[in-house]
Design a protein around this ligand. Sequence first.
Ligand code: PMP
Length: 465
Amino acid sequence: SMLHGADYTVEEMVGGDRDYLWHHIKPHQCFQTQEQMIIVAGKGLTVTDIHGRDYLDATSGGVWCVNVGYGRESIAEAVAAQLKQMSYFAGSVGTIPTIKLSAKLLELLPAMGKVYYSNSGSEANEKSYKLIRQASAIDPARKGKYKILYRDRDYHGTTIAVLASSGQAERKTDFGPFPEGFARIPHCLCYRCPFALRYPACDVRCARCVEEIILKEGPDTVGGLIVEPITAGGGIIVPVDEYFPILQQICRKYGLFLVIDEVVAGFGRTGAFFGHQHFDVDPDMLTLAKGMASAYEPISATVVKQAVYDIFLNDPADPEKRLNFFRDISTYGGCTGAMAASLENIRIMEAENLVENSRVMGDYLLDRLKTLADHQAVGDVRGKGLFCGVELVADKKDKQPPSEAQMGAVVDAAKAAGVLLGRTNNSLPGFNTTLYYAPALVITREEADRMVAATQAAIETVFGA
Ligand code: PMP
């Protein structure tokens, strides 16, 4: 291979990583002072670095993508076979894998009617906004309803409009001005209730207050609401059971499209095929990415109800039906290799019962993590399926966050013990200091035990026993 052959020495690769590559979401300074990890191989939940060291990956590739685990030859083969036969044509025409994958997704999501492809979670969400906005222009019943509500702590992507509608203030700093037409609703994390109330006495105020926000914005101007079913990067936040039915009822009352961002929660991550299936809710649009092809290839989709599609089919301002389409295109929405990867990925999930394993092993992992809850630095342990969070605190009483250095030290200690833990990004004071566990859905008990043991040891190293 390139690494072990004559082309590059390990030293050259390490130097190249330091000198040429602009890494994502990492303080740049660390490259000047310390060699960073370079991954060269993966199998199951284990990745191997350039020095031959193995790590158990609790993060499915850092950002909860690799749901079927690393090293799936059948996905590589499915992609290769498809690329040899027919690699690409723009999404204005059908291809065998785009048709087959759409049929499969709609079989899994029987309430939905159409599938629109793009390449990233950001784009899939942005399409939902463009659908809401174009619908507010062409559908007399939705005239002027262009605004979109989003939730504090949720994240919907990196480009400017989806960032405008992301509830993680620390990611938005320096990138304004943002486009208009977005308004925020409160988060739903009980541990840090935005209203300082207690469930169930709170009467789920975080959901009910959405009505007040719509009335304040003007119901004639609000066309949609986007939320994650279970918030990922904002701290692994599982809403209470009443939450979604209340949102649903408010959306129906005021004619908002309910968009559920399944970019992380989809494809078995939370112990159901899709995250929203845990709740009594019937969304108008869903966005999918990450686990859709377990990141073997980049692919995303915006999946909508037939009624949404029909608005564009029947545009009354366009009786000749020449411009009656969603005026959008995504070049790589026609990459057939990505569709083939997704189809094989879904086949594996079904053949190996990975959604069920996510539910069973998720319960096990959460139970084991809860044994850490008595530690002075563990504020809250929460999750659903193979999607768990351990929120660390400096002080249990006032829930003050640990320092950035302490958070880093916990992750570093686990890594030194051979386990890659995730942590929610950045350090918004008092909030975003949650370790996360989103392992591949093929995880065994023994692997889960190792993650918990490494977490416990790391916390004790940094905060004392
Ligand atoms: N939605 C959610 C919930 C996400 O976590 C992410 C990425 N972390 C995105 C959307 C954006 O996806 P992408 O990075 O593929 O654009």
